[in-house]
Ligand binder design. Structure first.
Ligand SMILES: O=c1nc[nH]c2c1ncn2[C@H]1C[C@H](O)[C@@H](COP(=O)(O)OP(=O)(O)OP(=O)(O)O)O1
Ligand SMILES: [Mg+2]
Length: 446
């Protein structure tokens, strides 16, 4: 069957989760599922309803509302009508139940999390989108409490999301839009955790009762949809997701240079990170056009490309040698100094030749390493490290790579080729850049 928007039966609509959407709420998320858009805000209040007073336990409650012009025809505001209708009540209770099911309310302490879901555009599945978005808003709000050290861990037991499934013209379909929903014979909302458990199943076959077999098939489809939604939540939450799940953040080192991979990996050892190579993420050998005008631009080009392809935190390095006597060359062209596929040896020979008439005092140079870090939510930063030295008259030592045998480190009067790797990794341009990166990470990971 061809669906209205060309989707396959088991495909969800395009999902977009935008965090920090408004500025006052502790957690604020705009979730879009196709044309359905819901603003989900989570607010923390330092008290609980009377029935929980002095119990040490927290509470989560939700309100849901549709803006007047979220639908085809204007809908009177419930506040103007003076009462909340049955559908609204039913939905807000559903949202509250779904979120409470995954929170350890004891660990929350005597606090209430208010969840406000306001539908700004409705195209089917507003209650399910509300749950999926509200979970992210709630996680953000709880993370704030955690950062303020008001709670010692985020009291989330599982992720939770919701999706609709249904039977339309005899076929099982996932994530119905409004028009599909209004014509469906069977209509079901499925709320699930990341462990594949059901929190709630609401299914009706008003005109067309359904069989147990059909129910099983629909549950399976719902499971598939929820898995994709929880992936999207994890992506949107980034590091917070790792904190909740107790998993190590995965970081991809986007380099085709095995020496760099080794150096960066060693320097990052004291971080609680899972380091992945290009090979680990199946991107070994991809070509990235380093056409930027600066080290920073090139590092960002590499990191963005791999972050986009993997959805993981990505680190890239763009580095090179700058020699004063030749106006800072080879600079960003260091790896292709003697031609597009030049070897280290060819590059070194070319450099020695260009400097053959330059005496030692004029052979000052520095290595530059620019490290770019790109996060799945498109946040990014760059840092730069350098080390000063001089270019020798001949290659010395066989440690390291690239221009290392020619680069005499001021402090040691030895080349990087002669110095042991441990020494290089403590003082190099890359070590300096990574130290700055570490400071940036500490701001984000603690
Ligand atoms: O510690 C170093 N010791 C010696 N030479 C170095 C160093 N750090 C950078 N260099 C030189 C090697 C290469 O000629 C160029 C980097 O070029 P650059 O494009 O950043 O790296 P790349 O192409 O080898 O790997 P990739 O771009 O996949 O990360 O600077
Ligand atoms: Mg390169």
């Amino acid at each position: 069957m061809n669906r209205l928007d060309g989707r396959k039966n088991d495909e969800i609509r395009n999902i977009r989760i935008i965090r920090d959407y408004t500025k006052y709420a502790e957690g604020s998320v705009l979730i879009e599922m196709g044309d359905t858009k819901v603003l989900c805000n989570a607010s923390i209040e330092d008290r609980v309803p009377p029935f929980l007073k002095n119990s040490g336990t927290g509470w989560i409650t939700a309100e849901y509302s549709m803006l007047p012009r979220s639908t085809h025809q204007r809908k009177v505001r419930e506040s103007s009508r003076g009462k909340v209708d049955g559908r609204t009540q039913e939905i807000q209770r559903l949202i509250g139940r779904a979120l409470r099911s995954v929170i350890n309310l004891d660990a929350l302490g005597e606090r209430t999390i208010w969840i406000d879901c306001d539908v700004i555009q409705a195209d089917g599945g507003t209650r399910t989108a509300s749950i999926t978005g509200a979970f992210v808003a709630m996680a953000d709000a709880l993370y704030k409490l955690y950062r303020q050290k008001l709670i010692d861990k985020i009291p989330i037991k599982s992720f939770v999301s919701a999706v609709s499934v249904g039977i339309l013209n005899g076929e099982n379909i996932l994530d119905l839009c409004y028009e599909e929903d209004s014509n469906a014979q069977v209509d079901m909302n499925i709320v699930m955790t990341d462990k594949g458990e059901f929190v709630e199943v609401q299914g009706t076959g008003e005109e067309f009762p359904f069989t147990k077999e059909q129910l099983y098939d629909l549950l399976e489809l719902g499971e598939k949809g929820n898995r994709m939604l929880i992936d999207a939540q994890k992506r949107a939450l980034g590091q917070i997701s790792d904190l909740i799940l107790g998993t190590k953040p995965q970081v991809v080192i986007a380099t085709s240079n095995s020496h760099k991979l080794e150096e960066i990996g060693k320097i990052l050892k004291d971080f609680d990170l899972e380091i992945l190579s290009m090979k680990d993420v199946g991107l070994n050998g991809i070509e990235i056009d380093e056409n930027g005008a600066t080290f920073e631009e090139n590092a960002l080009i590499k990191a963005r490309e791999v972050a986009n392809r993997t959805g993981k935190i990505t680190i890239a390095d763009d580095s090179g040698l700058m020699v004063d006597a030749i106006g800072g060359k080879p600079g960003i062209y260091s790896s292709r100094f003697a031609g597009e596929n030049a070897t280290d040896k060819e590059n070194n020979e070319k450099l020695l030749k260009m400097l053959s008439n330059v005496n030692m005092s004029q052979r000052t140079a520095r290595f530059v390493s620019c490290i770019a870090v790109v996060f799945p939510n498109n946040e990014e930063f760059t840092v730069r490290g350098t080390i000063e030295g001089k270019i020798g008259f001949e290659e010395k030592g066989s440690n390291g790579f690239g221009y290392d045998p020619l680069f005499i480190v001021d402090k040691y009067n030895k080349t990087f080729g002669e110095l042991p790797g441990e020494v290089k990794n403590k003082i190099s341009h890359r070590a300096n850049a990574l130290e700055k990166m570490k400071q940036e990470f500490e701001k984000r990971f603690k």
